[in-house]
Design a protein around this ligand. Structure first.
Ligand code: TRH
Length: 435
């Protein structure tokens, strides 16, 4: 990313109180649930917040975020900026008092006893004397004059962080309240918070220093670390679900005469063996397509991978956002849903990407998609198995430049907006104005 682009990045203003956050993450499948939650927790921490991340899958947590300490009483009492994690087990273990903000990711339902303790605050709100041991400890620790622990206990701000989508309902549903008329949370209001791609949504996960980190990235040195040189081979990163038509893609690449050499950097998982197996049976193709089988990458290195490649195949939610920040051509494999709802979701994102890349030119004046979009779209559809693979058609390398430009325009638009963490902070500040 050129240095001047960093100037466009949204910079928050003002100092917000330091709140204590409980962020609940239930790992349903894959890496995305924790990928999103871990990232959000860290972004909040870098903005001065104290975050307790509840995760039900300890093994995955150790794999994806081995650096995170356990949230002991001292961590919570100190209330300093940082992230620590709690193993979210059964109902019985949840003796901890809620913080000032409770975020449940993807409707994962915090334990009923915890929600009941949140609701209990409603009944004692306005009373400066509290029976909350945590609140008393926080007051004793007196970290900052405007910390929330110094005021009468208020019910936590309760948010449901929703899945990412570019569909229209997102803007309509963003920040809608859901008053709880019954159940353990009776008397509380749960707010729906939607990440998204437009200004009327909660925005996207983005580190504050992303443009600077991107500008400082030394691609050649990073490639050297994998025994590769930035030669004339085209690099393609591959992170995909198993149903992706990998063999079709390999066949299409092998049939191309230009470029002469491909380097497929395949993320950890069964795709590595499949690609190697296919190439072993086809020596001519293996002359032109090399495979680098990657181990599990740290989240920083996952970014480096996307920054170092000419073309990125990503999947799910979180790596889609990383591909956008990379600003390089990419193909998105959406998480497939049994009812087929993913087709509309994919199309909504594609429409947004095209619209945000619009330049006033003749094609747009006629309402026709740009040439790059016309040539690339069939491959997106086929990679998602929504249409047959365009066998015989050449990979749209000729669209590489306008395609890259389109992604980078979309990225620059997004960089001017508040990040998801900043939007959440702004929302909480509205609900709990510092007093
Ligand atoms: O793993 P995913 O397929 O997760 C999915 C989606 O989030 C989907 O929306 C959700 O409904 C489903 O899970 C249950 O893809 P995603 O979202 O891209 O998450 C992958 C994360 O893993 C992302 O943060 C990048 C990270 N990652 C690494 O850090 N290192 C690696 O080596 C790899 C392969 C991934």
């Amino acid at each position: 990313m050129p240095a001047h682009e960093a100037d466009h990045a949204y910079a928050p203003t003002g100092t917000l109180p330091r709140w204590r956050w409980d962020l609940f993450c239930r790992v349903v499948d894959n890496y995305g649930d924790l990928g999103v939650c871990r990232r959000l927790a860290q972004h909040l921490a870098t903005r001065g917040q104290c975050v307790r991340l509840w995760v039900d899958d300890a093994a995955l947590l150790h794999r994806m975020a081995p650096e995170l300490p356990a949230a002991d009483a001292a961590f919570w009492r100190a209330g300093a900026a940082g992230v620590a994690w709690v193993h979210w087990q059964d109902e019985g273990d949840q003796a901890l008092d809620p913080g000032d903000v409770v975020v449940e990711a993807f409707g994962c339902d915090p334990p009923a006893s915890f929600v009941a303790r949140m609701a209990h605050r409603v009944s004692i709100s306005g009373n400066a004397r509290t029976t909350s041991t945590d609140a008393m400890a926080a007051t004793a620790a007196a970290p900052r004059a405007h910390d929330i622990g110094h005021r009468a206990p208020q019910a936590p701000v309760w948010l449901n962080l929703e899945y990412l989508s570019a569909e229209d309902y997102v803007a309509r549903s963003h920040r809608l309240p859901s008053p709880q008329a019954s159940g353990p949370g009776r008397g509380l209001t749960k707010w729906f918070f939607y990440p998204g791609f437009t200004a009327d949504t909660g925005g996207l996960l983005r580190e504050h220093d992303l443009p600077e980190r991107r500008a400082a990235f030394d691609r050649d040195a990073w490639l050297q670390g994998w025994g590769l040189r930035a030669t004339d081979e085209r690099r393609l990163s591959l992170f995909a679900y198993e149903q992706a038509p990998l063999e079709d893609l390999l066949k299409s690449l092998a049939e191309e005469t230009h470029p002469a050499h491909w380097r497929l950097m395949v993320t950890q998982g069964p795709m590595q063996a499949r690609a190697q197996h296919w190439l072993q049976a086809r020596p001519a193709a293996a002359q032109r397509i090399g495979i680098t089988a990657l181990p599990w990458l740290s989240s920083q290195d996952f970014d480096h991978l996307l920054w170092a490649c000419d073309l990125n195949f990503v999947r799910g939610e979180d790596s889609l956002v990383r591909a956008l920040w990379a600003g390089a051509p990419f193909v998105w494999q959406i998480y497939p849903q049994h009812d087929g709802a993913h087709a509309a979701k994919l199309q909504a994102f594609w429409a947004w990407l095209q619209a945000s890349a619009l330049n006033p030119n003749a094609e747009h004046a006629t309402g026709q998609p740009a040439h790059w979009a016309r040539t690339v779209h069939p491959w997106w559809q086929a990679w998602n198995q929504l249409t047959p693979w365009p066998s015989g058609a050449a990979w749209p390398w000729q669209s590489q430049v306008p395609w890259r430009q389109a992604v980078s325009e979309a990225r620059n638009t997004l960089l001017r907006r508040p990040s998801l963490a900043q939007a959440l902070l702004d929302f909480v500040a509205q609900q709990r104005p510092p007093g």
